[in-house]
Design a protein around this ligand. Structure first.
Ligand SMILES: N[C@@H](CCC[C@H](N)C(=O)O)C(=O)O
Length: 296
């Protein structure tokens, strides 16, 4: 089975195209968890390829969909995630570079979300470099995140108090198709904070499906520093859906403007929470590292 190793701001993925032939037959109609074991094996950094996630690109099989492709993304522990911002940009790049669509625009479905994407810039050989992805509207209803905490007076979880082993913290909790718990801190988030509080909140009983945890320092009204403890992966160098959640949380709590650049450990992403349609749009790089073959 051929695969492509890719990354977005250092958030790295094993990407497998299952668009036709045996792979498409094996996975397109199969239950989501059919690829969980393969994902865990390939993501393993000692016994596999090593990655923060495993991505399958499938043909769209829903009749009523505007998408031509489906993305399924799995964490290194084999769990499926309905959203993954950095992987989506990698998928758009791979599809563009292999001539699977014409022009600069493509729509990819992940779970029930249609994500329109656009190639913003290409290298001299015509390969996609920067990609814009519209992740749609943020989700605030606690049951839909899902989060067991009750909404505050504003009807959302912008100032939720989460009690954990190390104390109590105020967080903004929302979904971008996957759950995020955003914690603002006064100083650059430390290793100790991320690796101690991250796993405590990931598995906190308030989150029945666990959560991703973002630690964020505001640097300016249009610039933030983010570190992420990811559900099913541990700390990663970047999280695209997390950056979208951070941009929304920062606006909701009056910390930044709607357009902001987020500085992640592995690179930068430009974010816009658009006023006109409430959509969150992320722009950033996608990079191919190497291709390989996996014996099945
Ligand atoms: N790094 C990703 C998110 C990957 C999925 C996440 N760990 C989850 O389980 O929700 C991104 O760039 O969005």
């Amino acid at each position: 089975m051929r695969f492509t190793k890719m990354h977005g701001c250092g958030n790295d993925y094993v990407v497998v195209e299952a668009l036709r032939g045996g792979l498409a037959e094996r996975y397109a109609a199969a239950p989501i968890d059919a690829a969980s074991g393969l994902a865990a094996s390939m993501c393993n950094r000692h016994y596999g390829v090593g990655a923060d996630g495993f991505v399958l690109i499938l043909p769209e099989t829903r009749d009523d969909s505007d998408a031509a492709f489906e993305m399924r993304m799995y964490n290194p522990d084999g769990s499926y995630s309905a959203m993954c911002g950095n992987a989506l940009r990698c998928v758009a790049k791979r599809l563009a570079d292999t001539g699977e669509f014409d022009g600069d625009a493509v729509v990819v479905r992940t779970a029930d979300t249609l994500v329109p994407m656009r190639i913003i810039s290409r290298d001299p050989a015509g390969r996609a470099e920067r990609i814009e992805a519209d992740l749609g509207e943020p989700i605030f209803a606690p049951d839909s995140i899902p989060c067991r905490l009750s909404a505050g007076p504003e009807g959302d979880l912008r100032s939720a108090v989460i009690e954990h082993a190390g104390g109590a913290r105020t967080a903004t909790v929302l979904s971008m198709g996957n759950p995020h718990c955003v914690l603002f801190v006064d100083e650059s988030p430390s290793d100790e904070l991320v690796t101690t509080v991250g796993p405590q909140i990931e598995t906190h009983p308030a989150f029945p499906q666990r959560t991703n945890v973002e630690f964020v320092q505001v640097l300016a009204p249009n610039r933030l520093r983010q570190r992420t403890w990811e559900r099913g992966a541990g700390e990663t160098l970047a999280c695209g859906s997390g950056a979208c959640a951070v941009a929304v949380a920062a606006v909701l709590t009056g910390r930044t403007e709607r357009a902001a650049t987020i500085q992640l450990s592995g690179g930068e992403l430009d974010l816009l929470w658009r006023e006109s349609d409430n959509h969150v749009v992320m722009t950033g790089p996608a990079v191919e590292v190497f291709t390989g073959e996996w014996s099945m």
